[in-house]
Design a protein around this ligand. Structure first.
Ligand SMILES: Cc1cc2nc3c(=O)[nH]c(=O)nc-3n(C[C@H](O)[C@H](O)[C@H](O)COP(=O)(O)OP(=O)(O)OC[C@H]3O[C@@H](n4cnc5c(N)ncnc54)[C@H](O)[C@@H]3O)c2cc1C
Length: 291
């Protein structure tokens, strides 16, 4: 299916492009050398707007669409894949889950912070449950008006920077996937901490941490969606999150293509080198046309 971008979407993309080129690109080599994010960048992301891009204005967002949020991820990934990952998790997973499953009180409390200062993490995977996410072992036991969380999460992107975590745990292992429930967990709660980062070879800067819950008490009002329906929250959010991963990959590929063009500024041609006759030109939208 072809999606023709509207004028607003093109304008949105075009205004982000110079910001990424001017403010992020100059920092990339230094950040790679140090293998860490420039601390000023996260603050800058909020100021330049891509974080809150799919949030309504009443929560402090720009009122843009989910598609525009993906465009922001694509533009960031074009100059720096690590920044793209950070913003993608924020926009397409955490913000999205809260928008779709949160109560109005939860949205009011958390989305206003996420549009201006709070980074979010999405916490599903564990050492024994990756593809088979519903085999998760993290437990949430109801005690009065609270849930007590015990267990571990692994590979959690943004965990070092995050103030809010969407955590999936089971209220009753005997119920299988129907026990899985999503919780909103705030940074700094007793019994909750992240352990030293685990790095991926392709991405030395974004930190994918282990989270530890040891008798961590969460107010019952912080259940996101219905108790026992966390599997639905997880699947449906991840389905949309995959669109964000696609945006990252397109951005990274565009960046690589543009970098390669510096060594050969002519648009690449195909088949010419094979039979010397046909002149079919291939190009991305940014560079021209297919005659
Ligand atoms: C960079 C990065 C960031 C991440 N960020 C997050 C995050 O923020 N939050 C989070 O919750 N998780 C995160 N993850 C974890 C991610 O969701 C898991 O890595 C993913 O679900 C796969 O799980 P796994 O690594 O345990 O691989 P496995 O599930 O062990 O899979 C290993 C391989 O086996 C294959 N396989 C699995 N099951 C089957 C089967 N039944 N039949 C045939 N083949 C199979 C898979 O396709 C894969 O090739 C992140 C991972 C990475 C690499």
């Amino acid at each position: 299916m072809t999606h023709f971008m509207s004028e607003d979407e093109v304008a949105f993309q075009n205004c982000r492009s110079p910001i990424c080129e001017g403010q992020i690109k100059p920092l990339v080599t230094k950040m790679d050398e140090k293998a860490e994010m420039d601390p000023s960048l996260v603050k800058q992301f909020f100021e330049m707007g891509p974080w809150g891009s799919n949030l309504q204005k009443k929560y402090g967002g720009s009122g843009s669409s989910f598609f525009m949020a993906c465009l922001a991820v694509e533009e960031l990934s074009r100059v720096d894949g690590s920044c793209g990952v950070l913003v993608d998790v924020q926009n397409t997973l955490v913000t999205n889950a809260l928008l779709r499953w949160g109560t109005e009180a939860q949205k009011e409390k958390y989305l206003t912070k996420m549009s201006s200062q709070w980074v979010g993490s999405y916490c599903l995977s564990e050492s024994g449950s990756g593809s088979d996410a519903f085999a998760l072992q993290c437990r949430a036991e109801k005690k009065g008006d609270r849930y007590v969380l015990n267990g571990h999460k692994l590979w959690i992107t943004n965990a070092k920077e995050a103030s809010i975590f969407i955590v999936f745990a089971t209220v009753d292992k005997n119920l299988g996937y129907k026990g899985i429930t999503a919780f909103i967990v705030e940074k700094g709660l007793t019994g909750f901490h992240h352990r030293k980062k685990r790095r991926q070879t392709w991405d030395p800067r974004v930190e994918h941490c282990e989270l530890v819950f040891e008798n961590c008490e969460i107010p019952a009002e912080n259940v996101l969606g219905e108790v026992g329906k966390g599997y639905k929250t997880a699947i449906e959010t991840l389905n949309e999150g995959r669109i964000g991963i696609g945006a990252q990959m397109i951005g990274v590929a565009q960046g690589a293509f543009e970098a390669a063009l510096k060594y050969n500024p002519r648009p690449p041609t195909i088949r010419q080198s094979i039979d010397g006759k046909s002149g079919c030109t291939i190009s991305t939208g940014r560079y021209g046309h297919t005659p």
